[in-house]
Design a protein around this ligand. Structure first.
Ligand code: HEM
Length: 294
């Protein structure tokens, strides 16, 4: 299959990012806005996703795109902060990310209002700020397109869906626990990354084991840590050919299947969440031909 996806989705990570969420201006002309978005898009510099509030203004809906659900489980809550547009600007250094995002935000400012931004980075070669390797069980290079990309449909082939969820960690609390307790929260050994044989059912890798779902809940995680003032956490970012795998895993993490809550909630909590459709790319532009009148 010719690769029509936005390059970020399958490419190796760049060390710096800026995660931006926008709402639309009240009197938006959606078709003009989407055309301008496509004009200002540099495929190597960012990944762009359209949220349901924006798509609802356009002539067609995207099958499978929906608003991020807010829900709660025993002693844990999952908020929704669904935005109209999500952009992750990436780069080799902060200068590059800053300059790219400044010009992109300026380019969009007639149609979109920036409502949230968060600097992100790759920590210690791909670890979460807890020190645990993140992404070990991601699909391999050959499997990634099958997991992350829509494989058919005019204007849809090569597109992807992404779940973006900001988690805030209490690292003092996490580090106040013994090494064994910490390993039991994740379900892996921090120093060797080996999976624990007898991890508790609440361990994160037990809750999220992709092959324990029917059908298997494969997703491509490209999360990035963040740190601002005294707050820190993970900008969880997962691509899929649909949003279903993410949602099924999140529901099990919050205890929906069996009442067991993921031990991650003992030191971390989600504070933002949105679902987006990432259009394919053609001739170095976002391909928005799916919305036929555009
Ligand atoms: C505080 C937020 C989170 C942290 C720190 C975190 C961290 C980790 C770590 C360290 C692993 C083990 C290594 C690996 O396979 O990557 C892992 C696995 C995984 N996580 Fe998370 N995660 C978080 C949230 C989530 C969420 C919200 C989801 C999806 C709803 C998720 C889905 C997965 C999946 C599917 C795996 C692989 C499980 C497997 O098949 O073995 N994670 N995560």
């Amino acid at each position: 299959m010719r690769n029509l996806s936005q390059p970020f989705i399958l490419a190796p990570s760049k060390p710096y990012g800026l995660s931006l969420a926008f709402r639309t201006v009240p009197d938006i002309d959606p078709e003009r806005a989407v055309n301008r978005l496509s004009d200002g898009f540099e495929p190597g510099a960012a990944v762009v996703g359209l949220g349901e509030p924006l798509v609802r203004n356009l002539p067609k809906t995207i099958p499978g795109l929906r608003t991020f659900p807010a829900f709660s489980g025993p002693a844990c809550t999952v908020p929704s902060t669904q935005a109209s547009l999500w952009v992750l600007v990436t780069g080799e250094n902060r200068t590059e990310v800053f300059e790219r995002s400044e010009s992109f935000v300026r380019h969009l400012d007639k149609d979109f209002i920036l409502e949230d931004s968060m600097d992100t980075f790759i920590y210690a070669g791909g670890r979460d700020l807890t020190g645990y390797e993140d992404g070990t069980e991601n699909p391999n290079d050959a499997e990634r397109p099958k997991v992350a990309l829509v494989d058919r449909g005019k204007g849809l082939q090569g597109s992807s869906f992404v779940a973006v969820q900001r988690w805030v960690h209490n690292l003092d609390l996490f580090h106040s626990q013994s090494k064994n307790q910490r390993n039991n929260i994740i379900g892996r050994k921090q120093d060797t990354n080996e999976e624990l044989e007898n991890a508790p059912l609440s361990a994160h890798v037990k809750r999220s084991a992709q092959e324990s779902y029917d059908p298997a809940a494969f997703m491509l995680r490209r999360s990035m840590p963040w740190s601002r003032d005294r707050e820190r956490g993970l900008e969880f970012i997962a691509f899929g050919k649909t949003l279903d795998a993410f949602e099924r895993v999140l529901r099990r993490m919050t205890g929906f299947d069996d009442g067991i809550v993921d031990a991650l909630f003992s030191f971390s909590r989600p504070v933002r969440g949105g679902y987006y459709w990432c259009p394919p790319v053609r001739k170095n532009r976002l391909d928005l031909s799916y919305f036929s009148r555009l």
